[in-house]
Write a protein that binds this ligand. Structure first.
Ligand code: FAD
Length: 399
């Protein structure tokens, strides 16, 4: 027997769980195809304020009350040791009349809260198996699951990650690339208060970024070349703590490891289209970033926001072209962020003097020209004309 839905969301990571909730809140009958991931996701996500507001409108408020740490100040420190070094840059949220730039939260906590909220929303069926085969018909999309279940939907949202089956079965190609870097990712405790401040040290092998996570606890994403990452894999906890403290110039005092350490090779991916016909690509199914500048899931939530907007405004028969409208709406934001992150990362790796001069000029201008700094802070939180801003305002009644 085939079960019928308005929307099938394939993939139950952060993007898929948020999308299923958004579609459910839009009075749609939703199937969330979400095989259980065996390992808990110990990473943390820095969510910028437009994302926080969007999630609050979806009813995810407890996440920020009980589980997340505010980011009130962000510091960038040039630790390249190069001849031409940029001045330290400090961004304070109060400079742009915000209490915080955003909140940092563990992915497992956010995922749990999203799933709990999903279970309270009528009209959403969660199926804990993977999709195996997708067939496009004139008036619907059929999804066959690995346990033999058959689903039929008017719209398909692919939130099934970087190797997306939805993307491939829709015939959408993607460009992928890699960087000569890997990140060591972990959470750690420290002796001194972080003062709600994140510190990003720019080194010749990429950023070393500490982000507040709780009282005297922070998360770390430390970019380095792959051979150094191999060394850090072999380190004892005591040696690794020593390296972290040294990189932090002891500004947080003694440190101790508070989670597993995980290693992520740096890579990027961009789909050639973000939607087509009845299907849309959300989150890493459409775009993958190296973990720099807290862009990935913030962008994924802007995908979800536009998707929700389109679902609410869909004209009769409009399901057949929702993917094309979605593609048009997401091109500029995803394209500009992908380029921005790529330039920032490559400018650090490149010791060529003209590149360093350009970096120096840009950072100095930001340090000394307050209106420019304010512009950069606002743009860093989300594009000025982001669909999130509009969606957040329009969805006042949600949740
Ligand atoms: C170290 C690190 C730090 C980061 N920090 C930040 C940050 O501070 N801020 C930020 O905004 N972003 C950050 N990101 C990016 C962020 O983590 C990702 O954008 C986000 O987790 C992607 O979520 P997703 O749901 O799109 O994909 P995924 O988490 O990959 O989820 C895809 C899901 O699809 C499922 N799936 C796969 N195939 C199928 C199938 N056939 N059928 C059904 N389901 C399927 C998988 O099981 C999985 O659950 C970071 C990334 C890294 C690596």
């Amino acid at each position: 027997m085939t079960s019928q839905f308005d929307v099938i969301v394939c993939g139950g990571g952060l993007a898929g769980a948020a999308a299923a909730l958004a579609a459910g809140r839009s009075a749609m009958k939703v199937a969330l195809v979400a095989p259980q991931d065996p390992t808990p996701d110990e990473r943390t996500t820095a969510l910028m304020m437009p994302s926080v507001r969007f999630l609050r409108k979806l009813g995810i408020d407890s996440a920020f009350k009980d589980h997340a740490a505010p980011l009130k100040t962000m510091r960038i420190i040039d630790d390249t040791g190069r001849l031409l070094r940029s001045p330290p840059l400090t961004f304070r949220a109060q400079e742009i009349s915000e209490q915080a730039f955003g909140y940092n939260i563990r992915n497992t906590d956010l995922q749990k809260i999203l799933m709990l909220e999903l279970s309270r929303e009528g009209g959403i069926e969660v199926l804990n198996v993977a999709a195996e085969h997708i067939t496009y018909k004139d008036d619907c999309i059929r999804v066959a699951l690995t346990d033999g279940t058959q689903l039929e939907g008017r719209i398909l949202a692919g939130s099934d990650g970087r190797n997306s089956l939805v993307r491939r079965s829709a015939g959408i190609s993607a460009r992928s690339w890699s960087y000569p870097q890997a990140a060591v990712v972990l959470n750690f405790d420290h002796e001194y208060d972080h003062d709600d401040t994140s510190n990003e040290f720019h080194t010749p092998s990429g950023p070393f970024t500490q982000v507040p996570l709780g009282r005297n606890r922070s998360s770390l994403v430390w970019a380095m070349n792959p051979s150094e990452a191999d060394n850090r894999k072999q380190d004892s906890d005591a040696d690794l703590c020593h390296h972290i403290e040294k990189r932090l110039h002891s500004m947080l005092g003694k440190v101790s490891i508070a989670s597993d350490r995980r290693f992520f090779p740096f890579s990027g991916l961009m789909a050639d289209q973000f939607g087509k016909g009845r299907s849309v690509l959300l989150g890493e199914a459409g775009h993958v970033f190296p973990p720099i500048g807290a862009q990935g899931f913030n962008l994924g939530l802007r995908d979800v926001s536009l998707f929700m907007d389109l679902l609410r405004r869909i004209p009769t028969g409009g399901e057949a072209t929702i993917g094309d409208a979605f593609d048009r709406g997401r091109r500029s934001d995803v394209g500009s962020r992908t380029l921005g992150v790529d330039i920032l990362n490559r400018s650090l790796l490149n010791g060529f003097l003209p590149v360093q001069m350009a970096r120096f000029a840009g950072m100095s201008a930001l340090a000394h020209i307050p209106p420019l700094r304010a512009l950069a802070m606002r743009e860093g939180m989300g594009p000025g004309r982001s669909p999130l801003h509009g969606a957040a305002t329009r969805h006042q009644g949600v949740g």
